[in-house]
Design a protein. Sequence first.
Length: 136
Amino acid sequence: MAKDIYHDSVKEALKLEGWTITHDPYPIKIGNVRMFIDLGAEQVIAAEKENQKIAIEIKSFVDDSAISAFHEAVGQYDNYQIALEDEEPERILYLAIPLSVYNSFFQEPFIQKVILKKHIKLIIFDINSTRLKWKN
């Protein structure tokens, strides 16, 4: 199982934001089907004294065809979302993408429509910094 080229960068940015990486990768098994989401993380919310749990699928979109990479990412996101509903429904799934991809390809009206209709939550990372933007 190959890691995305930005895997470690996203992982380190999450740590800097106070997240504890709990899984790398996050395994899910439904029946005989095994899947691996790139990362699982938790953060203690002091005011609520409870943990917030997330799972992150990281995509670089460095392939020649952005739409093919998008199809793959959306398909994985859908499958992982359904699996998490059964295994750990409190864990929130995010798709992590580079800022350059968000500012270009993800601004296309069709892509925006898919993101909205499928309720895809995004983490946007800048490959030149450790800052993350969260889009729910």
